[in-house]
Ligand binder design. Structure first.
Ligand code: AMP
Length: 378
């Protein structure tokens, strides 16, 4: 693949905040961006050079989109396989369609981890009430049932603690193909955002600590306070995953760290990740510039951190009593506000985030949480 230099056009499938921040990075370096989306005036479309609104099933529109760009990447993994494949017939798609295919389905993903000797919690495929009961014998209680596809922020997940909950759980999973996982009593949740170039160069942003609320990421902290050997193991596993999938682009691996210092791989996302947003301010190269570099065939950028950082998400819940107090926020000089241009602040919807920099990670966390509190959040 020829190296794509400034002036080239990046095609983005999907139009949320991840595409928006990629488009920002692209614009700074004078690349053009075309976004393919099912809606209009989207977070990505607002900053891209061109927003093409059509159905993912409209393969003629998909083909025309692919013909107008120099490379295609995606910003969420629910892009239908046929859409990505149609693009791949016209132009390079990074990360490749196979990586997307694995990440789209929780069962395929777990099987991929097992095939690559990566440690995971016990799991079972579930497609009926009977198989759910059988699966629970393998995982034990408590367990979590998750729909295999259309995964997003814990939707379609249900924790099963008691036998009486089995039927309700099967209802909650919508009678659809699902995965049952042994519940992990983890000490911490961690992620590694890593990148691999078209030429096989590897880079990573170290280990980030994550806290979730209602299954949605709430706070991310870098660097994570883990021992050097744990960090090394996590990065090593991330590298194996990127290499096994032959990824060119950015990929995030989420882990559980147990009380007895064992890492279990939870899931992957073949794109920049919410936990990596803090790299925009805290690292020499952000995860979005890294995605751009990786898919354009450029050498990867320096991932060194300039200082510790913490990020909190701003969910739609914060708008419950009206517009948050942005003026009060402006009194936090080391806190950076990102808003995604979404017009409807629904509960649980990611509307923006805040990043704080500080001389220690705990100071960054305190700073960013106080800032969110000023806005009316907890
Ligand atoms: P996921 O969509 O798999 O990332 O799940 C969202 C969040 O739910 C995770 O970040 C965890 O906080 C929690 N979770 C998911 N699976 C498990 C599990 N097997 N054991 C314990 N917690 C889980």
């Amino acid at each position: 693949m020829k190296t794509l230099l400034p002036g080239s056009t990046i095609g983005i499938l999907g139009s949320g905040q991840l595409g928006r921040m990629l488009a920002h990075a692209a614009r700074r370096m004078d690349y053009r961006t075309h976004v393919f989306t099912t809606q209009r005036n989207t977070p990505t479309g607002q900053v891209a050079d061109l927003e093409i609104a059509a159905s993912y099933d409209d393969l003629d529109a998909v083909r025309r989109f692919a013909e107008g760009v120099d490379v295609v990447t995606y910003e969420f993994e629910n892009v239908p396989a046929q859409t990505a494949e149609t693009c791949a017939q016209v132009v390079a798609v990074h990360p490749n369609v196979q990586a997307l295919h694995v990440a789209q389905n929780r069962l395929r993903e777990k099987e991929f981890f097992v095939q690559n000797d990566l440690p995971v919690t016990p799991f079972a495929a579930v497609d009926s009430l009977e198989s759910l009961v059988a699966g629970l014998e393998h995982t034990g209680f408590p367990a979590v049932i998750k729909t295999a596809e259309s995964r997003y922020d814990g939707k379609g997940q249900f924790k099963i603690t008691l036998e009486e909950e089995i039927e309700t759980a099967w209802e909650a999973a919508g009678h659809r193909s699902a995965i049952l996982e042994g519940f992990v009593p983890y000490d911490r949740e961690l992620s590694v955002v890593a990148a691999r170039s078209v030429h096989g160069q590897f880079a990573h942003f170290g280990v980030i600590e994550n806290h979730h609320r209602r299954h949605i990421l709430d706070v991310s902290i870098a660097p994570a306070p883990v021992k050097a050997e744990i960090a090394e193991q996590a990065v090593g596993m991330a590298r194996r995953i990127l290499e096994a999938l032959d990824v060119a682009g950015v990929l995030c691996v989420e882990f559980f760290l147990t009380g007895d210092s064992r890492l279990l791989v939870n899931e992957i996302a073949p794109r920049p990740h919410n936990s990596g947003h803090l790299t925009i301010e805290a690292s020499v190269t952000s995860q979005f510039e890294q995605q751009l570099r990786a898919v354009c065939g450029l050498p990867l950028g320096d991932t060194a951190y300039l200082c510790p950082a913490a990020m909190v998400n701003l969910l739609g819940d914060l708008w419950r009593t009206g517009e948050p107090d942005w003026e009060a926020l402006a009194h936090f000089p080391a806190v950076k506000l990102h808003l995604y241009g979404k017009r409807e602040p629904r509960p649980g919807r990611k509307m923006g985030h805040l990043t704080a920099l500080a001389s220690t990670a705990s100071e960054a966390v305190n700073r960013v949480i106080s800032a969110r509190r000023t806005l009316g959040g907890e």
